[in-house]
Write a protein that binds this ligand. Structure first.
Ligand code: GUN
Length: 291
């Protein structure tokens, strides 16, 4: 069994990006610039955005954090987005989700110019990805594909089973795995809350992507010997022994599933660290697209 080290892989990718940015700057070009909009004071969002700013520093990017209180109106937020769309100094930007309930997230997402949508959430980027055109891929599926590639995991002709059909993980990872590409070329089955007898399906899987948000869902008896298991779950469960008061729990019963696997990702330290890398890759690409 090989443990897939997402932290190390993410660190390698950030070093590669930093080296490329250093070369750009040495040639007299401007470094990539990522802006992030954070509305309110949600603890999780604060941490994610702080990590994104830190990753920008590691990659040699310029970053700008724009903070607003959670009583900002939808119109005022849309004005900010229009301003960033037109700002030539900003290569890409994100609006950290979730947003307060009085703001329509879909309207906000669609207000971002697709060429600056480094989260890859705009329907234009989602659509381009689904037909295999150049686009900004969303962070989690892109990070998973990078792990499969960098660990040399054979995907062609394999049966990949995706657990979960969310717009940000399940659907896009299914699309990428079935694409005629490397990695890709899988036969894909997507299971969800209305799928009967999921265990029979997962037992025939060569690759399992667990992205339901249901702690410890995937058990030993649901996995065949030699399978590749990618755990996207990050549910916060109360843990009084931690300073934070919680720990992250994956969708896979790691302790019992891992011995049967050829490759498996841990939680934390698997897919999680890769997501910010994808944002950095997209921001670098946004910069290059303008050159
Ligand atoms: N909230 C949770 N994940 C993400 C993400 O990848 N991008 C944004 N903008 N918000 C998020």
């Amino acid at each position: 069994m090989t443990l897939i080290d997402g932290k190390k892989t993410a660190s390698d990718i950030k070093l590669e990006i930093a080296a490329e940015v250093a070369e750009m700057v040495a040639r007299g070009e401007r470094a990539p610039h990522l802006a992030a909009i954070l509305v309110g004071h949600d603890g999780g969002s604060e941490t994610y955005v702080a990590n994104k700013v830190k990753a920008c520093e590691m990659c040699g990017f310029k970053s700008t954090l724009l903070r607003f209180e959670d009583d900002i109106t939808e119109e005022a937020l849309l004005d900010e987005i229009r301003r960033l769309n037109e700002d030539d100094d900003v290569d890409g930007f994100i609006v950290q989700l979730p947003l307060p309930r009085h703001i329509d997230e879909q309207r906000v997402t669609e207000a971002i110019y697709p060429e600056k949508d480094v989260d890859g959430f705009h329907p234009v980027n989602v659509g381009r990805m689904s037909i295999g055109l150049p686009c900004f891929k969303s962070a989690t599926p892109s990070g998973i594909m990078d792990l499969l590639e960098r660990y040399g995991i054979e995907t062609k002709g394999k049966h990949a089973v995706v657990l979960g059909r969310s717009n940000i993980v399940g659907k896009p990872i299914a699309t990428l795995l079935m694409q005629k590409a490397t990695p890709g070329n899988c036969t894909v089955t997507v299971c969800h809350s209305a799928t009967p007898d999921i265990a029979t399906i997962t037992r025939s899987a060569d690759i399992i992507i667990a992205a339901l948000g249901s702690p410890l869902f995937l058990k030993e008896e649901m996995v065949k010997e030699g399978a590749v298991v990618i755990d996207v779950g990050t549910t916060r469960v109360p843990d009084s022994s931690r300073k934070s008061g919680f720990r992250l729990c994956g969708d896979v019963d790691f302790e019992n599933v891992a011995p049967k696997c050829s490759f498996i990702t841990p939680v934390p330290g698997g897919v999680g660290p890769m997501t910010i890398c994808s944002l950095m890759k997209n921001t670098l690409q946004a910069r290059k697209n303008k050159m």
